[in-house]
Design a binder for this molecule. Structure first.
Ligand code: NAD
Ligand code: DAU
Length: 332
């Protein structure tokens, strides 16, 4: 199979490409990535020499860049490329609308023309917040942040292209991922690297919000399965069933790192902050997937990865990130 992967230099995309190259010896991958602040070629340095892997720098919103990538003749296209950080979508939504909606549209147009299979990497956030129970794939989309709304817009476009033009497409909606190579603006790598730097961790509000933590390798196995076995026109939730409040998560990180509660800095809450995400996963389980990593082991492993890879995250935190972060909190 020839897989065109967009956004492969980000966190999940790079883990996905590594998994495909390891587990499917016949597959070839072309990675189309704009290299925004979140895209980092270092994430794939170890596979760069693999003859089955190639890279094209380009923007999924640009018809020429997309056309060039499709000229490689992929069998399947997997769209990870997106603006992904909820806080940034609250302060500057425009790039989210552009990449997450218009970019998906550009890809869909080429998919329609070339008749290849398409997979949209969506998120559990498109359903909005749920205080009890879990969302199924049939639940209405009720996004609450500009990020989630842009992702929901893309999902609806995919649905419309299946219904209207008969394209072959699936959607995956995953819960919060964690693990190696996650950009340190997201809560787990932010908190772990702050503690390694001797800083405090900025906990929003009272830390009551709940997220379901899914180890990135487990997510990538699920996405790979949906890509190859999912039914066209269907969406598949991917979740680990490992829900934690942010305070529980923070305390677990502090304990692993031998730090006390004085390292917590309570900061003003995120605007429109969704209380809880939770997805029902019987549909992907029926395809034969289940998560393997329990939260405690996954968190230990993740903390150790950031301890061992300061050379990966230190340059990020001293660059664009430091300016972004200083604007938010000063120097905590
Ligand atoms: P990320 O921010 O780490 O990486 C995004 C990648 O997309 C970067 O390499 C970036 O350079 C690239 N990109 C951005 N705009 C682009 C454009 N216009 N053209 C080409 N490339 C572009 O993101 P992530 O956390 O790895 O998320 C990947 C996908 O998974 C996203 O679609 C996101 O919505 C979805 N998702 C993420 C999570 C999570 O917990 N991280 C959970 C569910 C779904
Ligand atoms: O649910 C899937 C989504 O998970 C993905 O679609 C998004 O791309 C990804 O960014 C993530 O969104 P969240 O907003 O849930 O992740 P984030 O790491 O930004 O925040 C997780 C929780 O931690 C959230 O309730 C806000 C809180 N938080 C976050 C940061 C960055 C803090 O308390 N302090 C922080 O500094």
């Amino acid at each position: 199979m020839r897989l065109l992967v967009t956004g492969g230099c980000g966190f999940i995309g790079s883990n996905f490409i590594r998994l495909v190259l390891e587990e499917h010896s016949e597959d070839e991958v072309l990675n189309l990535d704009k290299l925004t602040y979140a895209g980092n070629p270092e994430n794939l340095r170890d596979v760069e020499g693999d003859p089955r892997y190639s890279f094209q720098q380009g923007d999924i919103c640009d018809a020429d860049d997309v056309g060039k990538a499709f000229a490689w003749n992929p069998d399947m296209v997997i769209n990870f490329a997106a603006e992904t950080h909820v806080d940034r979508s609250i302060t500057s939504p425009e790039d989210f609308v552009k990449t997450d909606v218009l970019g998906t549209y550009r890809l869909l147009e080429q998919v329609r023309e070339m008749g290849v299979r398409f997979m949209q990497i969506s998120t559990d956030e498109v359903y909005g917040s749920i205080s009890e129970g879990s969302f199924s794939e049939e639940s209405p989309l009720q996004p609450n942040s500009p990020y989630a709304a842009s992702k929901a817009g893309a999902d609806l476009l995919v649905r419309s292209y299946v219904r209207t033009y008969g394209i072959d497409a699936v959607i995956a909606r995953s819960s919060n991922n964690y693990g190696p190579y996650q950009y340190p603006e997201k809560v787990i790598p932010l908190f772990v690297t702050n503690l390694l730097e001797g800083r405090r961790v900025p906990l929003y509000g009272e830390g009551r919000n709940i997220r379901d933590w899914l180890y990135v390798r487990d997510n990538c196995r699920g996405l790979d399965l949906v890509l190859r076995s999912g039914q066209s026109g269907e969406a598949y939730n991917v979740g680990a069933g490992q829900e934690k409040t942010n305070l529980e998560l923070t305390r677990a990180i502090l304990e692993i790192m031998g730090k006390g509660e004085e390292s917590i800095q309570n900061v003003p809450d995120r605007l429109g902050h969704d209380l809880r995400y939770s997805v029902e996963t019987s549909k992907i389980k029926a395809l034969g997937w289940s998560p393997r990593m329990d939260f405690e082991s996954g968190l230990q492993r993740t903390v150790q990865w950031y301890r061992d890879h300061a050379a990966w995250w230190e340059p990020i935190k001293s660059g664009e990130f430091r300016r972004y972060y200083a604007e938010k909190y000063g120097d905590i």
